[in-house]
Design a protein around this ligand. Structure first.
Ligand SMILES: Nc1ncnc2c1ncn2[C@@H]1O[C@H](COP(=O)(O)OP(=O)(O)OP(=O)(O)O)[C@@H](O)[C@H]1O
Ligand SMILES: [Mg+2]
Length: 382
């Protein structure tokens, strides 16, 4: 039974709906930032354009009132009559259809390709390894399956997490896989990063000293050089929700290949994968970024792909050092796109965790840095 009441510019539709469906609609609307009335209005608009919809179980439906734009209840009545359907069935079809077309952000994450994040800037010591390792730990703690790649031949991150780098005699390194010359499965070199918070979900692809030869070796690869990292990782990508790369400390071919790896894939949402750039609140960081950004743009032009910047992270920030860091921080913030995602101070926990070769989230799980990394991971996971 449908009755029509008028309330300002909207009209109330009374219709049966199962409590489960009503709750699903309310939750999904909230996840997508809509109120229930707008979600129901969208659902009906979509249903009017959908010629045939399968029958949906409506047992246990209870009366539900929802305000639609003027004329909405009448239009719904007419459409149900035209389709020779009970209104409870019409609404159930519309809501089911809408829920399927508008998955929750967590389902959407799973239905999208693996999220690829490169943490990079060629300037030395800005905090690439800190940020890459910290983000990976935060993602894993939050329940995501994470592959963390030490793409820097120096292998700082591998050692700081408490593991050994591979020797250049190893014939199963990432470089060997990129060149198509490895004999074993790439899974064989992955390390399960121990830690009760990571639940066996955090895997490290360790650095290998042969990566010092990276650019020299890669320069002789004539075709498909940019695709080499994607090819090497292809056999294991599907096992992860997020892949985080600790970028190289130079602007050579290895950087081109890493940047290309995180380009936006067909059908992938904008700014879902891309580059996070740690910077300091100082002039050399601006100069370094300008060079970095120039390389990204040249690469996009040359290879016709979109490489998204996800944002800056200001690291080692110390406002007590006077007006200059404060002014430089404001300058990063005023740049607008891609925006500052987070600001981290220089804190003893990271230095101590580094010295002790223990993952930060194990060494000091509740400190300002881990809290900040958790928030950043939450934002990037969305
Ligand atoms: N927010 C922080 N608080 C305290 N120590 C930090 C912080 N960020 C980074 N560090 C420390 O500063 C040093 C340099 O940082 P990190 O190694 O992450 O920089 P990087 O950009 O990876 O350097 P490289 O160019 O050598 O690869 C490390 O010892 C690291 O543990
Ligand atoms: Mg590093």
């Amino acid at each position: 039974m449908t009755t029509v009441e008028t309330e300002s510019s909207r009209e109330k539709l009374l219709v049966g709906i199962t409590p489960e469906m009503r709750m699903d609609l309310r939750i999904r609307a909230a996840e997508l930032g809509l109120n229930v009335q707008d979600a129901a209005t969208h659902a009906l608009a979509l249903w009017y354009e959908t010629p045939v919809t399968e029958g949906v179980a409506v047992k246990g439906a209870k009366s539900w009132g929802v305000f639609l734009p003027k004329g909405g209840p009448t239009r719904f009545d007419e459409e149900c009559q035209r389709r020779n359907l009970a209104k409870v069935q019409g609404m159930a079809q519309a809501v089911t259809n809408w829920l399927a077309k508008h998955p929750s952000p967590t389902q959407r994450l799973l239905s999208q390709p693996v999220k690829r994040i490169l943490v990079a800037l060629q300037k030395g010591g800005v905090g690439k390894s800190f940020l890459a390792a910290g983000l990976a730990q935060a993602f894993a703690e939050a329940g995501l399956r994470v592959l963390l790649i030490d793409y820097d031949p120096q292998g700082h991150m591998t050692r700081r997490l408490g593991y050994q780098t591979l020797s250049s005699k190893n014939d199963n390194s990432l470089l060997q896989h990129m060149l198509g010359q490895a004999r074993k499965h790439i899974k064989r070199i992955l390390i399960n990063v121990e830690g009760k918070r990571f639940g066996n979900r955090l895997h490290l692809l360790p650095a290998c000293t042969d990566a010092f030869l990276f650019d020299a070796v890669m320069s002789s690869v004539r075709h498909g050089r940019e695709e080499t990292l994607a090819r090497a990782l292809e056999p294991i990508e599907a096992e992860y929700d997020v892949i985080v790369i600790d970028g190289p400390p130079s602007l050579g071919l290895s950087m081109d290949i890493a940047m290309h790896y995180v380009h936006r894939r067909e059908g992938e949402l904008a700014e879902r994968s891309g580059i996070v750039m740690p910077v300091w609140a100082d002039t050399p960081s601006f100069e370094a970024y300008d060079l970095f950004d120039g390389q990204r743009k040249d690469l996009m032009k040359g290879t016709r792909v979109q490489i998204d910047e996800l944002g800056f992270v200001i690291n080692h920030y110390d406002s007590r050092r006077g007006a200059s860091p404060q002014a430089k921080k404001a300058e990063w913030e005023e740049r607008g796109a891609p925006g500052v995602l987070a600001v981290f101070s220089d804190l003893k926990e990271q230095r101590e965790a580094t010295d002790d070769h223990i993952p930060l989230f194990e060494y000091a799980p509740n400190c300002e840095l881990t809290d900040g990394l958790r928030n950043l991971a939450k934002e990037l996971a969305a």
